[in-house]
Each structure stands twice: as structure tokens, then as C-alpha cells.
Design a protein around this ligand. Structure first.
Ligand SMILES: Cc1cc2nc3c(=O)[nH]c(=O)nc-3n(C[C@H](O)[C@H](O)[C@H](O)COP(=O)(O)O)c2cc1C
Length: 197
């Protein structure tokens, strides 16, 4: 499937068939996230895969999700970001090509402190990009997905023992869709595009 088709075909799916998703397919989806770009190549993401009943029941018990359909999704991918992943990356082993940061020491320091200040935003950004790659990969493989932002973060953190310093911007659910969903409305290109003259 071409990227264009995956983009056009994707819908948020809230009803899944009972068919399970194989480990191989799950790995391929996460592999698409692994290859995504990230600031300073910090790769701050961590994806917790939940596809076993007792854990799902624990999530239900702790009321982690407000929407019932989430518990019946065959796979729940908890998308996390380590806000400390950037530490030591500036100028370090992941620092990119020559000329990508200023040579001047003062300007460098200033740049790195700006980057440090924005670590939360940067982490959310990187996790979002990787997750979008994963969603398109899942679509290509015939799966339905949905982002889930309505999450009781502290309860989820507790159930999965997610470390301090990790944020959970959202969860992704995936599985085989029960039916076709028409495209949901979008603003026109005219409304979202501003041609600077
Ligand atoms: C970051 C994010 C969080 C979302 N959270 C939820 C959610 O908690 N529950 C839900 O049912 N849908 C959620 N959605 C799905 C949106 O409602 C959906 O993307 C939007 O209505 C457009 O529909 P479409 O994805 O089918 O094009 C979320 C989407 C995004 C991108």
C-alpha cells in the first residue's frame, strides 16, 4: 500500500473483531516507530504493549480508560516518552552532522539550554511522530487503530510501573476493524493553509 492510500484509508476505530494480532505484526508496527526521526536523534519513546487479559482487567479495575471499547481492543500500545532522553545527547554520540550546531561555545550553550527547557514539548513531539508512523504501518497491514488521550495517567502508570520521568501523552489501540467507517469531516485546504507572500 502506498503511503497516500494509508493516509486516506486510516480512521479511528472504536469497534474491533475478536481476531488477535500476532507478535510479528505488533513488532512490525513498533518497528515503524523505531525508524521515526527525533530531535537530536534522542529516540525518547518507549512503547508498552498490553495484549494479555489479566493486565487488561487490571486496567479496567483501576478505571484507566473512560471508554469501554478501549478494553476490548486486541492490543493497547501505551506510548511513553522519557523526558530525560536528551540529557547528554547534545554534542554526544547522537549529535548529528557537522554544522548542525553553532561552533561558538556561548551560542552552543545558549542553544542547549533552550533545548533543555523544552524537553517536555520535545518528548511529546517525538512520541507523536513515531506513533503516527506506527498508525500508518498498522493501516498498511490491514489493522484499525485509534489514539486514546482520555487516560487516567496516574492509574496507568501505577498498573504498568512506568518510571518517573516518563510521560504518557496518549495510548494507541489496534486490532482488526468490524466494519468500514466513512471519512470524518476535515477543514478544507483553504482553511488550514496560509500562503506567505
Ligand atoms: C491525540 C489524540 C487523542 C485522541 N483521544 C481519543 C480518545 O480519548 N477517545 C476517542 O474515542 N478518540 C480519540 N481520538 C480520536 C479522534 O477523536 C479522531 O482522530 C478524530 O475524531 C478524527 O477521526 P479519524 O481519526 O477517524 O479521522 C484521539 C485522537 C488523537 C489524535
Amino acid at each position: 500500500m502506498e503511503v497516500k492510500n494509508a493516509i486516506e484509508k486510516r480512521r479511528s476505530i472504536r469497534k474491533y473483531s475478536k481476531e488477535t494480532v500476532s507478535e510479528k505484526v505488533i513488532n512490525e508496527i513498533v518497528e515503524a516507530g523505531r525508524l521515526a526521526p527525533s530531535g537530536c536523534n534522542a529516540q525518547p519513546w518507549k512503547f508498552y504493549i498490553v495484549n494479555n487479559k489479566p493486565v487488561v482487567e487490571k486496567l479496567r479495575e483501576k478505571k484507566v480508560f473512560r471508554q469501554d471499547f478501549v478494553y476490548s481492543a486486541p492490543v493497547i500500545i501505551v506510548c511513553c516518552g522519557d523526558t530525560n532522553a536528551y540529557i547528554g545527547k547534545y554534542g554526544g554520540e547522537y549529535q548529528v552532522e557537522e554544522g548542525s550546531v553553532p561552533n561558538d561555545e556561548k551560542a552552543r550553550k545558549e542553544l542547549f539550554s533552550i533545548l533543555e527547557e523544552k524537553k517536555l514539548l520535545r518528548t511529546v513531539r517525538d512520541v507523536s511522530i513515531a506513533s503516527a508512523f506506527m498508525v500508518l504501518k498498522a493501516t498498511e497491514m490491514g489493522l484499525g487503530t485509534s489514539f486514546i488521550g482520555l487516560v487516567n495517567e496516574s492509574a496507568l502508570r501505577e498498573v504498568l510501573c512506568i518510571p518517573v520521568g516518563f510521560i504518557i501523552p496518549f495510548v494507541l489501540i489496534a486490532g482488526y476493524s468490524c466494519g468500514n467507517i466513512p471519512q470524518r469531516p476535515r477543514k478544507s485546504l483553504k482553511e488550514i493553509m496560509c500562503k506567505v507572500k
